[in-house]
Design a protein around this ligand. Sequence first.
Ligand code: AMP
Length: 219
Amino acid sequence: MPKYIVLLGPPGAGKGTQATIIAKKLNLAHISSGNIFRENIDNQTELGKRAQGYMDQGQLVPDDLTIAMVRDRLAQPDCQAGAVLDGFPRTAAQAQALERNLAEQGNEIQCVPYINVPDETLIERLSGRWTCTQAGHVYHLKFSPPQKAGFCDKDGSPLYQRSDDHQETVENRIRVYGEQTAPLIDYYRQAGILFEIDGICEIEQVTQSILECIEKTNK
Ligand code: AMP
């Protein structure tokens, strides 16, 4: 049975970091809706142009665009064995669309690890976050600074700050998360597939907890 794992949690909880590790370990596709939007913006596609204004303000991109984009991504051959979804779904309509989409292939979500991190920590984490231009390696000015300021330790490429990681936008993203995405916690809890994880721990420990949820729900 293909594994579809949804990582839920506020912006800055570590979903991207964890999704990268878990997808690699389990040989699954990593679907980050935020990364797909950013690639479309960099390539100046029609989708990128439509998404950019929402992203810059920390708002959600409308459901119809987002759902169609993820639907296409899930239809790619590398998703046949399953995928780790990072940043999708973010609304009730997206959650329902995902369920319908998977059900069409006789599939379902295996589990939803919910990475819980308090708001104060999120603001501190996001506003200090810098990313490498080449491969997306992530640093933090205070918690994990690069050896040479402004450059990636792994590939030497310059680091940049995501335009939506500036303080005002960060606060907006956290507010939007609370209003539109946090209700999914209860939705998945009621479905019996939610597993709450303490996202304040070390990266390795969070990974371990997520792997345990996946192990427990293996079919
Ligand atoms: P992320 O990289 O997941 O933090 O996403 C960055 C931004 O992309 C978000 O603040 C939204 O503007 C947009 N975005 C990413 N995923 C979604 C989604 N599932 N629904 C709507 N907008 C999204």
